[in-house]
Write a protein that binds this ligand. Structure first.
Ligand code: ADP
Ligand code: MG
Length: 271
Protein backbone atom coordinates (compact mmCIF):
# COMPACT_ATOMS: atom_id res chain seq x y z
CA UNK A 1 0.00 0.00 0.00
CA UNK A 2 1.35 3.41 -0.89
CA UNK A 3 1.65 5.97 1.90
CA UNK A 4 0.37 8.74 -0.37
CA UNK A 5 -3.09 7.18 -0.21
CA UNK A 6 -3.30 7.48 3.58
CA UNK A 7 -6.39 9.51 4.38
CA UNK A 8 -6.06 12.76 6.30
CA UNK A 9 -9.00 11.82 8.44
CA UNK A 10 -10.37 8.33 8.96
CA UNK A 11 -13.43 7.22 10.87
CA UNK A 12 -13.44 3.50 11.39
CA UNK A 13 -16.64 1.81 12.59
CA UNK A 14 -17.42 4.67 14.95
CA UNK A 15 -20.37 4.07 17.28
CA UNK A 16 -21.58 6.30 20.08
CA UNK A 17 -24.09 5.28 22.70
CA UNK A 18 -25.55 7.22 25.59
CA UNK A 19 -27.17 5.81 28.72
CA UNK A 20 -30.96 6.10 28.62
CA UNK A 21 -31.87 7.97 31.75
CA UNK A 22 -33.75 5.91 34.33
CA UNK A 23 -33.01 2.59 32.58
CA UNK A 24 -30.12 0.24 32.14
CA UNK A 25 -30.46 0.49 28.39
CA UNK A 26 -28.29 2.34 25.94
CA UNK A 27 -29.37 4.67 23.23
CA UNK A 28 -27.33 4.50 20.01
CA UNK A 29 -26.77 8.00 18.61
CA UNK A 30 -24.41 7.00 15.81
CA UNK A 31 -23.89 3.54 14.52
CA UNK A 32 -20.87 2.10 12.77
CA UNK A 33 -19.82 5.13 10.73
CA UNK A 34 -16.79 4.69 8.51
CA UNK A 35 -15.60 7.55 6.31
CA UNK A 36 -12.25 8.61 4.89
CA UNK A 37 -11.32 12.15 3.95
CA UNK A 38 -8.37 12.66 1.62
CA UNK A 39 -5.99 15.53 2.35
CA UNK A 40 -7.47 18.72 0.96
CA UNK A 41 -10.91 17.23 0.49
CA UNK A 42 -14.14 19.09 1.24
CA UNK A 43 -16.68 16.59 2.53
CA UNK A 44 -20.17 17.50 3.66
CA UNK A 45 -22.24 15.37 6.03
CA UNK A 46 -25.93 15.99 5.58
CA UNK A 47 -28.59 14.48 7.79
CA UNK A 48 -31.87 15.17 9.54
CA UNK A 49 -32.01 16.89 12.89
CA UNK A 50 -31.12 14.58 15.75
CA UNK A 51 -29.29 12.01 13.61
CA UNK A 52 -26.05 12.42 15.54
CA UNK A 53 -24.14 15.04 13.53
CA UNK A 54 -23.00 17.08 16.51
CA UNK A 55 -22.27 13.90 18.45
CA UNK A 56 -19.94 12.89 15.64
CA UNK A 57 -18.29 16.29 15.68
CA UNK A 58 -17.64 16.01 19.43
CA UNK A 59 -15.87 12.72 18.75
CA UNK A 60 -13.83 14.21 15.90
CA UNK A 61 -12.89 17.16 18.07
CA UNK A 62 -11.72 14.77 20.77
CA UNK A 63 -14.21 16.27 23.23
CA UNK A 64 -15.81 12.85 23.74
CA UNK A 65 -14.58 9.30 23.41
CA UNK A 66 -16.48 6.92 21.11
CA UNK A 67 -18.15 3.84 22.58
CA UNK A 68 -16.60 1.82 19.77
CA UNK A 69 -14.46 2.43 16.72
CA UNK A 70 -11.53 4.72 16.05
CA UNK A 71 -10.73 8.08 14.53
CA UNK A 72 -7.35 8.75 12.95
CA UNK A 73 -5.62 11.85 11.66
CA UNK A 74 -2.68 11.02 9.41
CA UNK A 75 -2.88 7.50 10.76
CA UNK A 76 -2.59 8.63 14.39
CA UNK A 77 -5.51 7.90 16.71
CA UNK A 78 -7.37 10.93 18.06
CA UNK A 79 -7.35 10.77 21.83
CA UNK A 80 -8.32 14.31 22.82
CA UNK A 81 -8.59 17.89 21.57
CA UNK A 82 -5.68 19.12 19.50
CA UNK A 83 -4.46 22.10 17.52
CA UNK A 84 -4.43 19.94 14.38
CA UNK A 85 -8.22 20.41 14.28
CA UNK A 86 -10.14 23.66 14.18
CA UNK A 87 -13.78 23.60 15.16
CA UNK A 88 -16.47 26.06 14.14
CA UNK A 89 -19.76 25.66 16.02
CA UNK A 90 -23.24 26.67 14.97
CA UNK A 91 -23.35 29.48 17.48
CA UNK A 92 -20.41 31.82 17.41
CA UNK A 93 -18.45 30.69 20.43
CA UNK A 94 -16.64 34.00 20.84
CA UNK A 95 -15.39 35.42 24.11
CA UNK A 96 -17.63 38.47 24.67
CA UNK A 97 -15.02 40.43 26.63
CA UNK A 98 -12.45 40.22 23.85
CA UNK A 99 -12.37 42.17 20.62
CA UNK A 100 -12.54 40.34 17.27
CA UNK A 101 -8.76 40.59 16.99
CA UNK A 102 -8.18 39.27 20.49
CA UNK A 103 -10.63 36.45 19.93
CA UNK A 104 -8.54 35.39 16.95
CA UNK A 105 -5.34 35.78 18.94
CA UNK A 106 -6.69 33.56 21.71
CA UNK A 107 -5.61 30.23 20.22
CA UNK A 108 -2.28 31.72 19.20
CA UNK A 109 -1.53 32.61 22.81
CA UNK A 110 -2.03 28.95 23.68
CA UNK A 111 0.42 28.15 20.93
CA UNK A 112 2.97 30.49 22.50
CA UNK A 113 3.34 32.85 19.54
CA UNK A 114 4.99 36.20 20.32
CA UNK A 115 2.72 39.24 20.48
CA UNK A 116 3.79 40.89 17.22
CA UNK A 117 3.32 37.68 15.30
CA UNK A 118 -0.09 37.07 16.87
CA UNK A 119 -1.17 40.50 15.86
CA UNK A 120 0.09 40.08 12.31
CA UNK A 121 -1.64 36.75 11.94
CA UNK A 122 -4.91 38.04 13.36
CA UNK A 123 -4.84 40.89 10.83
CA UNK A 124 -4.17 38.47 7.99
CA UNK A 125 -7.13 36.27 8.91
CA UNK A 126 -9.42 39.22 9.54
CA UNK A 127 -8.65 40.26 5.99
CA UNK A 128 -9.11 36.72 4.65
CA UNK A 129 -12.67 36.61 6.00
CA UNK A 130 -13.42 40.12 4.80
CA UNK A 131 -13.30 41.86 8.18
CA UNK A 132 -10.36 44.20 7.78
CA UNK A 133 -11.00 47.30 9.88
CA UNK A 134 -13.24 45.44 12.35
CA UNK A 135 -10.53 44.06 14.62
CA UNK A 136 -11.31 46.43 17.49
CA UNK A 137 -15.01 45.57 17.67
CA UNK A 138 -16.44 43.46 20.45
CA UNK A 139 -18.75 40.55 19.57
CA UNK A 140 -21.87 42.53 20.59
CA UNK A 141 -20.89 45.18 18.05
CA UNK A 142 -20.87 42.66 15.20
CA UNK A 143 -23.71 41.12 13.17
CA UNK A 144 -24.31 37.35 13.26
CA UNK A 145 -22.52 36.88 9.95
CA UNK A 146 -19.55 38.92 11.16
CA UNK A 147 -19.33 36.93 14.38
CA UNK A 148 -19.29 33.72 12.40
CA UNK A 149 -16.52 35.16 10.22
CA UNK A 150 -14.49 35.87 13.35
CA UNK A 151 -15.09 32.29 14.52
CA UNK A 152 -13.87 30.98 11.15
CA UNK A 153 -10.85 33.31 11.24
CA UNK A 154 -10.03 32.12 14.74
CA UNK A 155 -10.15 28.47 13.65
CA UNK A 156 -7.98 29.17 10.62
CA UNK A 157 -5.47 31.34 12.45
CA UNK A 158 -3.81 28.57 14.35
CA UNK A 159 -3.42 26.80 11.04
CA UNK A 160 -5.12 23.46 11.73
CA UNK A 161 -4.84 20.86 9.02
CA UNK A 162 -8.44 19.84 9.44
CA UNK A 163 -11.40 22.15 9.79
CA UNK A 164 -14.54 20.74 11.42
CA UNK A 165 -17.67 22.82 10.96
CA UNK A 166 -21.00 22.06 12.62
CA UNK A 167 -23.84 23.92 10.87
CA UNK A 168 -21.82 27.13 11.07
CA UNK A 169 -24.20 29.14 8.86
CA UNK A 170 -27.51 27.71 10.06
CA UNK A 171 -28.42 30.72 12.21
CA UNK A 172 -27.76 33.27 9.45
CA UNK A 173 -30.09 34.84 6.91
CA UNK A 174 -30.02 33.37 3.40
CA UNK A 175 -27.98 36.15 1.82
CA UNK A 176 -25.29 36.15 4.50
CA UNK A 177 -25.20 32.37 4.38
CA UNK A 178 -24.60 32.35 0.63
CA UNK A 179 -21.87 34.94 0.83
CA UNK A 180 -20.13 33.00 3.64
CA UNK A 181 -20.41 29.82 1.59
CA UNK A 182 -18.55 31.57 -1.24
CA UNK A 183 -16.04 32.92 1.23
CA UNK A 184 -15.44 29.46 2.65
CA UNK A 185 -14.91 27.94 -0.81
CA UNK A 186 -12.45 30.69 -1.60
CA UNK A 187 -10.56 30.12 1.65
CA UNK A 188 -10.56 26.37 1.08
CA UNK A 189 -9.05 26.84 -2.39
CA UNK A 190 -6.49 29.32 -1.04
CA UNK A 191 -5.39 27.18 1.93
CA UNK A 192 -5.91 23.58 0.81
CA UNK A 193 -7.40 22.60 4.19
CA UNK A 194 -9.24 19.36 4.70
CA UNK A 195 -12.79 20.32 5.59
CA UNK A 196 -15.58 18.29 7.16
CA UNK A 197 -18.72 20.38 7.04
CA UNK A 198 -21.96 19.36 8.74
CA UNK A 199 -25.36 20.64 7.68
CA UNK A 200 -29.03 19.73 7.42
CA UNK A 201 -29.31 21.89 4.28
CA UNK A 202 -29.36 20.08 0.95
CA UNK A 203 -28.44 23.10 -1.18
CA UNK A 204 -25.61 23.99 1.15
CA UNK A 205 -24.27 20.44 0.98
CA UNK A 206 -24.29 20.35 -2.83
CA UNK A 207 -22.92 23.85 -3.19
CA UNK A 208 -19.95 23.25 -0.91
CA UNK A 209 -19.09 19.57 -1.07
CA UNK A 210 -16.89 17.66 -3.41
CA UNK A 211 -18.57 14.70 -1.79
CA UNK A 212 -21.75 14.55 0.25
CA UNK A 213 -22.33 11.78 2.78
CA UNK A 214 -26.04 11.33 3.51
CA UNK A 215 -26.80 10.16 7.04
CA UNK A 216 -29.75 8.11 8.19
CA UNK A 217 -31.85 9.19 11.15
CA UNK A 218 -31.48 7.57 14.55
CA UNK A 219 -29.13 6.02 14.75
CA UNK A 220 -26.97 7.94 12.32
CA UNK A 221 -25.32 5.78 9.71
CA UNK A 222 -23.88 6.69 6.35
CA UNK A 223 -26.70 5.87 3.95
CA UNK A 224 -24.75 6.72 0.85
CA UNK A 225 -22.07 9.02 -0.44
CA UNK A 226 -22.65 11.18 -3.50
CA UNK A 227 -19.82 12.67 -5.56
CA UNK A 228 -20.71 16.20 -6.60
CA UNK A 229 -19.43 17.11 -10.00
CA UNK A 230 -20.77 20.51 -10.97
CA UNK A 231 -19.32 23.39 -12.90
CA UNK A 232 -18.90 26.05 -10.21
CA UNK A 233 -17.59 28.73 -12.53
CA UNK A 234 -20.95 30.01 -13.77
CA UNK A 235 -23.46 32.38 -12.22
CA UNK A 236 -26.36 31.22 -10.05
CA UNK A 237 -25.30 27.60 -10.19
CA UNK A 238 -28.06 26.61 -7.74
CA UNK A 239 -30.54 27.14 -10.59
CA UNK A 240 -28.82 24.88 -13.12
CA UNK A 241 -30.21 21.58 -14.30
CA UNK A 242 -27.33 19.57 -12.87
CA UNK A 243 -27.71 21.24 -9.47
CA UNK A 244 -31.45 20.47 -9.54
CA UNK A 245 -30.69 16.80 -10.25
CA UNK A 246 -28.37 16.55 -7.26
CA UNK A 247 -30.95 18.32 -5.11
CA UNK A 248 -33.64 15.86 -6.11
CA UNK A 249 -31.38 12.88 -5.55
CA UNK A 250 -30.29 13.93 -2.07
CA UNK A 251 -33.79 15.14 -1.18
CA UNK A 252 -35.15 11.68 -2.08
CA UNK A 253 -32.47 10.01 0.05
CA UNK A 254 -33.20 12.31 2.99
CA UNK A 255 -36.96 12.40 2.62
CA UNK A 256 -37.39 8.77 3.65
CA UNK A 257 -35.15 9.52 6.61
CA UNK A 258 -37.18 12.46 7.82
CA UNK A 259 -40.39 10.40 7.60
CA UNK A 260 -38.72 7.59 9.49
CA UNK A 261 -37.61 10.01 12.20
CA UNK A 262 -41.18 11.30 12.61
CA UNK A 263 -42.49 7.76 13.03
CA UNK A 264 -39.81 7.04 15.64
CA UNK A 265 -40.71 10.25 17.46
CA UNK A 266 -44.43 9.37 17.49
CA UNK A 267 -43.64 5.89 18.78
CA UNK A 268 -41.42 7.33 21.48
CA UNK A 269 -44.20 9.71 22.54
CA UNK A 270 -46.53 6.76 23.14
CA UNK A 271 -44.15 4.84 25.37
P1 ADP B 1 -27.79 16.48 15.36
O1 ADP B 1 -26.58 17.32 15.59
O2 ADP B 1 -27.71 15.63 14.14
O3 ADP B 1 -29.06 17.27 15.37
P2 ADP B 1 -27.06 15.36 17.94
O4 ADP B 1 -25.75 14.73 17.68
O5 ADP B 1 -27.06 16.65 18.64
O6 ADP B 1 -27.90 15.44 16.59
O7 ADP B 1 -27.94 14.33 18.79
C1 ADP B 1 -28.16 13.00 18.37
C2 ADP B 1 -28.98 12.30 19.42
O8 ADP B 1 -28.16 12.01 20.55
C3 ADP B 1 -30.17 13.10 19.93
O9 ADP B 1 -31.25 12.23 20.12
C4 ADP B 1 -29.65 13.67 21.24
O10 ADP B 1 -30.70 13.89 22.12
C5 ADP B 1 -28.73 12.57 21.72
N1 ADP B 1 -27.60 13.06 22.57
C6 ADP B 1 -26.65 13.93 22.19
N2 ADP B 1 -25.76 14.14 23.18
C7 ADP B 1 -26.18 13.38 24.23
C8 ADP B 1 -25.70 13.15 25.57
N3 ADP B 1 -24.59 13.74 26.01
N4 ADP B 1 -26.42 12.30 26.36
C9 ADP B 1 -27.53 11.70 25.89
N5 ADP B 1 -28.03 11.85 24.66
C10 ADP B 1 -27.38 12.69 23.83
MG1 MG C 1 -26.30 19.38 15.72
Amino acid sequence: MSTTTQPKLRLEHVTQQFPLRGTKEKFTAIDDISIDLAAGEFLVLVGPSGCGKSTLLDLLGGLEKATAGDIFIDGEPVSGPGLDRGIVFQQYALLPWRTARHNIEFGLEAKGLPKAERRERAEHYLELVGLQGFGDRYPHELSGGMKQRVAIARSLAFDPEVLLMDEPFAALDAQTRESLQDELLRIWKATGKTILFITHGIDEAIYLGQRVAVLTSRPGRVKTTVDIDIDRSGEDIRSTEEFRKYRHRIWTLLHGEVERAQVIEKEAAHV
